[in-house]
Write a protein that binds this ligand. Structure first.
Ligand code: FES
Length: 76
């Protein structure tokens, strides 16, 4: 191995559709419909939306930052 990877270098790398934030939310990009655990559908209205993965947000399915107050073992 050379230690270099063209697929991770440079501006040609495409933006992912979903980014998992360690210990925090899942970021999604663009206009999407998110269905929550109760089957209710929520449309995204922002270029980037954060979906709660810790299950403690008061604004579910969206992240409201509550995960930041959780101890590490309770974070996603
Ligand atoms: S991931 Fe942020 S409040 Fe749940």
């Amino acid at each position: 191995m050379t230690g270099s990877s063209a697929e991770h270098d440079g501006p040609a790398a495409p933006r992912p559709d979903v980014v998992i934030c360690p210990g925090g939310p899942m970021l999604v990009f663009g206009d999407l419909v998110v269905e929550d655990a109760d089957g209710e559908r929520h449309r995204t209205h922002r270029p980037v939306s954060a979906i709660c993965r810790c299950g403690r947000s008061a604004a579910a399915p969206w992240c409201d930052g509550t995960h930041k107050a959780l101890p590490d073992k309770l974070r996603p």
